[in-house]
Design a protein around this ligand. Sequence first.
Ligand SMILES: [Zn+2]
Length: 277
Amino acid sequence: MIPVNSNLVFTPENINTSSESAILIILRGQEFLTSKNSEFLIFEEDDLKWSEMEMFNKQFIGYLNDQPCYLLEITPESKLDDDLVLTPLRNLLGRIPDSLFTVCSRSLQLSEWIRNNQFCGVCGTKMKMHETERAMFCECNNVPVYPRISPCIIVLVTKGEELLLAHNKNFPGTFYSTLAGFIEAGESAESAIHREIFEEVKVRVQNIKYFGSQSWPFPSQLMLGYHAEYLEGEITPDGEEIDLADWFHYKDLPNVPTGNISISGQLIESYLEKLNN
Ligand SMILES: [Zn+2]
């Protein structure tokens, strides 16, 4: 097994041209094979020699520190070795380095893509894997089907020393976060920001500034993070998605995500840093 450390560099690729020995990330359903103490595991092929796990869907996903890295899935019936358990990616958030988060994110999305595109949506024939691109196709139309990525906006709205934070109905307890939503077909990121914020809390914003992005594979979001300034309106949660929302002074914030877990936390931390300087 390869030790996990923060010096690992991951480069996504579709075709392996290296002769180095391969390393493996193992997935069962949507959970990763980890050790019993929840350490993330990168396997070498020799590690699996005596294993009774049934494997399928081996996919090259890129290079981890120059070593070709493959995703390998095991069947739901597979018997796990005694020292192994399965861990969902959410439980590994903030506990694995960013490069490994990228590996996991890519693995989950590729596995989901293959599972959901077994047959052509036009004629129902079994799909084929493209030889050079990470795509599938059917001979009936030769239109490549790429892994699906769903862009979303995520926005920290601020008014001087106050931050607009919301509690989503699905969040546990008193956890608050920034506002977010999917970009509709045909819509720009900026229009989605204005629309989503108004839909969710009836507030208008201005001075939108791009901050950065994060892959969020639950199941296929690409979160585009923005800062925005309050323009007008009284906070009124929509009651559908958002049940609570309010202005919070930066010195008196509720439970919010941290920057090592999500871009929402990074947006909040970057704003606090600005206010503190
Ligand atoms: Zn077809």
